[in-house]
Design a protein around this ligand. Structure first.
Ligand SMILES: [Zn+2]
Length: 81
């Protein structure tokens, strides 16, 4: 069976989408993408505290999406693990 893999922007490992959280840019602000159907530019982060922290430190989300993180983005992501 074909499992589509996506790269985590923090650790750069390729993983099944189910193990990742997708983020998108909405009006220049990076937010978690909770839509079922992914639209537009997105970035993925592992559902792990370590990767969320790493993404925050590396500003990986902002760089990939060319958007500012929304207020409390990383705390929000930690709540989605
Ligand atoms: Zn990762």
């Amino acid at each position: 069976m074909y499992i589509p893999l996506r790269m985590c922007a923090a650790c750069r490992e390729h993983k099944p989408k189910s193990e990742l959280i997708r983020l998108k840019a909405a009006d220049g602000i990076a937010v978690p993408d909770t839509d079922k159907v992914p639209v537009g530019r997105g970035v993925y982060i592992c559902k792990s505290e370590a990767c969320i922290r790493l993404a925050e430190k590396k500003r990986a989300v902002s760089r990939h999406l060319k958007a500012q993180p929304c207020e409390g983005l990383y705390r929000l992501l930690e709540g989605m693990i």
